[in-house]
Design a protein around this ligand. Structure first.
Ligand SMILES: C[S@@+](CC[C@H](N)C(=O)[O-])C[C@H]1O[C@@H](n2cnc3c(N)ncnc32)[C@H](O)[C@@H]1O
Length: 241
């Protein structure tokens, strides 16, 4: 797939080409790419374009806030495609922005983690992206105690909620892994059970900001999930800064 992304002016003028294979091993929903991942990748392209077109970098803009200044970023429930992480990896490896970002891409199903590693390698991103097995169920009993080895500045996820149980464990994992003052960006499928529970839990600790989704879809890329208008994209900022 080709994502047409970056700035039209002087700093970068590039399209990013990603090769995505569906997982050969299967392993549930993460076997295929989902629309949520494509929406998030598209949005990151849009923000990257905005960022590269600016003469002065505005630290309050989403691209800087989420990915700039040596941030450690983790994708949860990336599936075997991990589109948003692969895209960030390509921006890091092929442009002069995001040079210092640390990228971790994760899923909780072994077969999917294997498929994800293959996609990372096929796109020559082994140097840029660390692939990890992270099962959110591990964090369900973490009472405020944090996994300090794994704490990150930014968490990204797409299409990861299917039921209330999922909503609770994903929220717990975010609370355990996100540094104080960190940010989360997620794509929520409004047609799925559990999204309301997730948003209610997130609101207790983080301030949500709804972002209008851009319409620059990658042509001809086939993915599972609903139509674009059935999704919302939300950034959450930690209330403690
Ligand atoms: C619908 S898929 C979305 C995959 C990808 N984000 C995308 O947009 O293509 C949901 C993903 O969440 C992962 N997942 C579900 N429950 C999980 C859990 N408890 N821990 C870690 N990953 C989980 C699944 O393995 C699957 O890859």
């Amino acid at each position: 797939m080709k994502l047409n992304i970056l700035g039209k002016e002087d700093r970068v003028d590039t399209s990013i080409l990603l090769t995505i294979r569906k997982s050969k091993e299967h392993g549930g929903t993460g076997t295929y790419p989902w629309r949520g991942g494509l929406i998030l990748a598209d949005q990151i392209c849009h923000w990257a374009g905005e960022y590269t077109n600016r003469k002065e970098i505005d630290e309050n803009k989403y691209f800087s806030m989420l990915f700039g200044n040596n941030k450690t970023v983790i994708e949860l429930g990336a599936g075997s495609s991990g589109l948003p992480s692969l895209l960030l990896g390509k921006i890091k490896s092929s442009t002069d922005i995001l040079e210092d970002i640390q990228l971790i891409c994760s899923d909780g199903v072994d077969e999917i983690v294997q498929g994800l590693s293959i996609n990372v390698s096929d796109n020559e991103l082994d140097e840029c992206i660390t692939v990890k097995h992270i099962d959110w169920n591990y964090y369900i009993n973490c009472n405020e105690q944090r996994d300090t080895d794994m704490m990150v500045d930014t968490i990204i996820f797409a299409d990861c909620i299917y039921n209330e149980e999922c909503a609770v464990v994903l929220n717990k994992t975010i609370q355990s892994l996100l540094k104080v003052g960190g940010c989360v960006v997620g794509v929520l499928p409004d047609f799925r059970v559990g999204v309301d529970v997730f948003e209610r839990l997130m609101k207790e600790r983080y301030t949500p900001i709804e972002i209008p989704i851009v319409n620059e879809k990658a042509d001809g890329f086939v993915c599972n999930g609903g139509r674009g208008k059935d999704y919302r994209l939300v950034v959450w900022k930690d209330k403690k800064t």
